[in-house]
Design a protein around this ligand. Structure first.
Ligand SMILES: *[C@@H]1O[C@H](CO)[C@@H](O)[C@H](O)[C@H]1NC(C)=O
Ligand SMILES: *[C@@H]1O[C@H](CO)[C@@H](O)[C@H](O)[C@H]1NC(C)=O
Length: 320
């Protein structure tokens, strides 16, 4: 009798679960398929960094990317002194598939964060150059900072100004407008959402929830990843407050008009507009800690500084 009851309640739980769990896995990018799922772009850096992006073939043969146990390692060149105007070898990759709406969940054991000279990103952007420009920067920061910046950039007119008590991050500067002629609408994550503390905690998960009405970004350190993410049945309604809350009820944005299907990107660049210039001298401690006056000189002359500038990726999953 009691086992019958157990069966009934297990059945009801299953039914409830299948009714409420709206998301199913549509793409699992991991060590089994990484190199066939992403293009490694051997291209000039659109952000004008002190970088030399290399092909998949070169990245594999030089060990800049490899599979370590069941994780994808993507690092940067860390043994050579480079002469100007060349940059340090690194990677820029783009997913072959794109997606529209859903959950994008990246599980990272280690990111290139915390290293002076670096400006890495995990982000998405329109897959069709004729579509409106829509970009979602999920994980992006630079130099020795310990906080992440989550930012939207749109060609359509969009703004978001969610009340402070609806998300765990903070409004970055006063960046409410997502318009391309400004810095984008942006939230700053809490301490430890990036950089050395992120890595010391064993990394964590960044998740984007994308619907017709919201772009919410969630950050979970390794020890606080919701069980439904780990078990593969993610339900963002149970995750609590997001870290960034681009919610159209608190803004002026037609999300479907502004964000066409998105392609997934990773890159690790050096210097440029974020890590170089004022990013080097004023917005981070790097000029002082390295005693080298420019980011560019540091990146070219200090290969040993870049041992920690690597991604170690457990998985990137798309649910819809
Ligand atoms: C790129 O940066 C260099 C300095 O490193 C500068 O001379 C050049 O004008 C920049 N180009 C663009 C397109 O920003
Ligand atoms: C470069 O960094 C990796 C870790 O990212 C490390 O295993 C390797 O030993 C470093 N190479 C050199 C030449 O220091």
């Amino acid at each position: 009798m009691s086992s019958f009851k157990h069966i009934i309640s297990a059945f009801l739980a299953l039914l409830l679960c299948s009714l409420t769990s709206a998301y199913s896995l549509v793409h699992n990018y991991d060590y089994t398929n990484w190199y066939s799922s992403f293009n490694f772009e051997n291209q000039a850096d659109p952000t004008n960094g002190t970088v030399d992006y290399i092909s998949l073939e070169e990245a594999q043969s030089s060990g800049l990317t490899r599979i370590i146990d069941n994780q994808v390692y993507m690092g940067v060149e860390n043994s050579s002194i480079i002469s100007a105007p060349n940059g340090r070898k690194s990677i820029w990759i783009e997913s072959k598939d794109s997606f529209l709406h859903g959950l994008l969940i990246g599980d990272f054991a280690h990111i290139p964060g915390g290293t002076c000279g670096t400006w890495p990103g995990f982000w998405t952007i329109r897959n069709d150059l004729n579509a409106p420009y829509g970009e979602v920067d999920i994980l992006e920061s630079y130099n020795d900072l310990t906080t992440n910046f989550m930012t939207l950039h749109t060609s359509e007119s969009c703004s978001f100004n969610a009340p402070a008590d609806t998300y765990l991050g903070t409004l970055n500067q006063q960046d409410i407008s997502c318009s391309l002629d400004g810095p984008g609408c942006s939230a700053k994550g809490p301490a430890g959402s990036y950089g050395a503390p992120f890595n010391q905690n064993g990394g964590g998960v960044y998740a984007l929830e994308w619907t017709s009405s919201v772009m919410k970004i969630f950050f979970f350190p390794r020890n606080a990843i919701p069980a439904d993410i780990t078990s593969g049945n993610p339900d963002p309604s149970t995750w609590g407050l997001p870290t960034a809350n681009f919610d159209s009820q608190y803004g002026n944005c037609d999300i479907d008009a502004a964000f066409p299907p998105q392609t997934i990107y990773f890159d690790t660049t050096f210097c440029g507009a974020e890590a170089g210039g004022k990013g080097w001298t004023d917005w981070s401690g790097c000029a002082a800690s390295t005693k080298i006056s420019t980011c560019e000189e540091f990146v070219r002359t200090q290969p040993q500084a870049f041992d920690e500038a690597y991604w170690l990726i457990n998985s990137v999953k798309v649910y819809q």
